[in-house]
Each structure stands twice: as structure tokens, then as C-alpha cells.
Design a binder for this molecule. Structure first.
Ligand code: 2DT
Ligand code: MG
Length: 215
């Protein structure tokens, strides 16, 4: 059996170009890779999530939608694991960190970070996480901003702080040091970012470790 594939996550704030870059990276790695976007709106659970995001009056309680986002990842867990063991690299566009950061940023009593992270425990953890940031409010100028729930400047600010708190307080230092990169994409072209992402991914693939990490 050959070496297992790498799990590489592209995370970050809304409209920082995550999906574009995840697609470019998957393209770059070719048929030896699989691209998965979360939420995966194509599954039955994903359709409930899609409806929630598009309809501001959807009455699902915050706890319920949080658990659906998590279930949407668990639905894909076996697929991810078998792809990795088949030697394929799996590129993720959002994952557990988005799940915890967005829900926790809502400041719902009882839904603290631990509560938000608990349902994710046991999911495969990325071998490498690239976190896309920008300087401030560039994202709201992108086309389509405001169409979906969560797309307000005020909420995005809270999400940004919650992401940072999540990495600083809830992620271990060794993962932060060795398995993560914060990438400021402000004022960078798609091509420039793609090159950086490719270099990070290639290094991660070269270094390859055998054992699977888990949340
Ligand atoms: P996209 O715009 O990337 O499709 O995301 N979200 C995402 C959560 O609240 N919890 C999660 O677990 C995930 C994966 C982020 C749609 C929105 O869904 C949010 C933005
Ligand atoms: Mg979006």
C-alpha cells in the first residue's frame, strides 16, 4: 500500500477566496485529489442547511442548525477516510473551525466554545490548515455580500475574533506551529495566493506523516 493522502483545509473569513483557491489546488493536484466543500448542500442534511442560510426567517433553533452542520461533516467522514487511505489528497473548503466559530459568535447562552466543539470530537483533523484573512471590510464589497444569513459586517467582525480565540485558546500550540498557516490575502491576486497555497500543500505532502489526526 502506498502512503496515505493528506487532508488539507482552506479556512477563513467569508469571501476571502477560499472556494476559488480550494478549486485551484484540487486542479493542481489533479486526479489524485478530492475536493469537498462544507456545508455540502447536496445531501439531505445539506439541503436543510441551504434552506436555513438562504431564508432569514427559517425558525431552526441555533442549537439545531449547529448540530446539522456537524452532522453534514460526519456524513462525509467515512468518504474522507477511505479517500486518504486510497492515497488521495482531500482538499476541504471550510470544516470544523467554521462550525465552531460561526455558532459561537452568535453568543447564544450555553453555546460556548466547548459546547460547539463537542459534536466534532473524533472527526479527522486536517494535516494542514491554511487560514485566509484580510485586513478589514474588503469582503463586504464583493459581489453578492449580504445575500445569506451571517453576511453582515458586524457579525463577520465577531466571527473573525471568535476564529482567533478558537485557534489561540482551543487549538494546541504544536498544531498551530506545525500544521497551520495564517495567510493574509489582502491585495494579493488570485495567482499569487494560488502559488503560496500550492507551495504550502506541496511541503505538507512531502513531509507526510502516517498517523491520522483527530479532533
Ligand atoms: P459558504 O458561504 O462557504 O457556503 O458557507 N458555516 C459553515 C457555519 O455556520 N457552520 C459550519 O459548520 C460551516 C461549514 C459559514 C455558508 C455559511 O455557513 C457558515 C458561512
Ligand atoms: Mg458564503
Amino acid at each position: 500500500m502506498g502512503p496515505r493522502g493528506r487532508l488539507i483545509l482552506i479556512e477563513g473569513l467569508d469571501r476571502t477566496g477560499k472556494s476559488t483557491q480550494a478549486e485551484l489546488l484540487a486542479c493542481e493536484l489533479g486526479s489524485n485529489s478530492v475536493l469537498l466543500k462544507f456545508p455540502d448542500r447536496t445531501t439531505p442534511v445539506g439541503q436543510l442547511i441551504d434552506d436555513y442560510l438562504k431564508n432569514r426567517h427559517n425558525p431552526l433553533p441555533d442549537q439545531a442548525i449547529h448540530l446539522l452542520f456537524s452532522a453534514n461533516r460526519w456524513e462525509a467522514a467515512r468518504r474522507i477516510e477511505s479517500a486518504l487511505f486510497a492515497g488521495k489528497h482531500v482538499i476541504l473548503d471550510r470544516y470544523v473551525y467554521s462550525g465552531a466559530a460561526y455558532s459561537c459568535a452568535k453568543n447564544v447562552p450555553g453555546m460556548d466554545m466547548k459546547w460547539c466543539l463537542d459534536p466534532e470530537r473524533g472527526l479527522i483533523k486536517p494535516d494542514f490548515t491554511i487560514f485566509f484573512m484580510n485586513n478589514g471590510h474588503e469582503s463586504e464589497q464583493r459581489a453578492g455580500f449580504g445575500d445569506e444569513r451571517y453576511e453582515t459586517v458586524q457579525f463577520q467582525d465577531r466571527v473573525k475574533h471568535t476564529f482567533l480565540e478558537l485557534f489561540e485558546t482551543w487549538e494546541n500550540a504544536s498544531y498551530r506551529e506545525n500544521n497551520m498557516r495564517f495567510l493574509n490575502v489582502a491585495n494579493k491576486s488570485i495567482t499569487e495566493v494560488a502559488l503560496e497555497v500550492k507551495q504550502i500543500a506541496e511541503k505538507c505532502i512531502r513531509q507526510g506523516q502516517d498517523e491520522i489526526l483527530r479532533f
